[in-house]
Write a protein that binds this ligand. Structure first.
Ligand SMILES: [Zn+2]
Ligand SMILES: [Zn+2]
Length: 241
């Protein structure tokens, strides 16, 4: 199995990441990544770009060094009602939207509240996936989240970076993959690279997916065509909203 799409990465625009889009794309090409989603942090995170950044992503070519560039955001979940720091009319213009909890943007609460927030996020037609949902600081009811992802046809992200920076994520990530397999929910895999050299780094993800024998049809990053099909369908869905 080879993952050829990296669906979660950050550029220098995030404020605490260190490579330009050109550097990221070049390294993607070197690492056999055919499609790269740029998902810089939403504006609620200190050092992240202002909204205008996300309104102007059209100036970036859709292909760089032979690598397809997907323009997205990692929106910050800012309350437990399902709001993010990105207005809906900005989300509409993006190819791909992931949303996540970060302690510096929202204070952790109870499992019930975290779960309620994620269920509300999954209902938002403009949000495609929950990023690093295995973070134990924002523990959720995994079964409920996976079932909701199934209901709303959304993705669960398995984040390679979590294993290093979000201590205790392994157990939750494993359970997420198991439940996704059980319920037939698709996953997306992100390196969450904050520097070009980490683009396409999926060592932890490969191990986990191998251990659980995750079927390839449930893994979005397995082919560029599969991801393109999802993006096309998303555009049709947005046009009908
Ligand atoms: Zn994140
Ligand atoms: Zn990230």
């Amino acid at each position: 199995m080879k993952l050829v799409v990296d669906s979660h990465t950050h550029t220098v625009s995030s404020g605490h990441a260190y490579s330009t889009i050109q550097e990221m794309a070049k390294e993607a090409q070197n690492n056999g990544i055919e499609m790269l989603a740029i998902t810089d942090h939403g504006p609620a995170m200190k050092g992240a770009p202002f909204l205008y950044h996300f309104g102007n992503l059209k100036v970036i070519p859709s292909e760089l060094y032979g690598v397809r560039i997907i323009k997205g955001v990692e929106a910050n979940i800012i309350d437990y009602d399902g709001n993010t720091d990105m207005p809906q009319d900005y989300l509409k213009r993006l190819d791909y939207v992931i949303a996540s909890f970060h302690e510096i943007c929202i204070t952790p609460s109870t499992v019930e509240e975290h779960t309620r927030a994620v269920l509300n996020i999954l209902k938002n037609p403009l949000i495609d996936a929950i990023a690093h949902p295995g973070n134990p600081q924002f523990q959720v009811n995994i079964e409920k989240v996976v079932k909701a992802a199934k209901e709303y046809n959304k993705f669960i992200e398995i984040n390679n970076h979590s294993f290093a920076v979000r201590t205790g994520s392994e157990k939750n990530c494993k359970e997420f993959v198991q439940k996704c397999k059980e319920y037939g929910v698709k996953i997306v895999c992100g390196s969450d690279a904050h520097i070009s050299f980490d683009v396409g780094k999926f060592d932890n993800v490969y191990k986990l997916l191998g251990d659980i024998h995750m079927p390839e049809n449930l893994i979005m990053n397995i082919s560029i065509e599969k991801f393109e099909e999802f993006l096309r369908n998303k555009r049709i869905k947005i046009a009908s909203l």
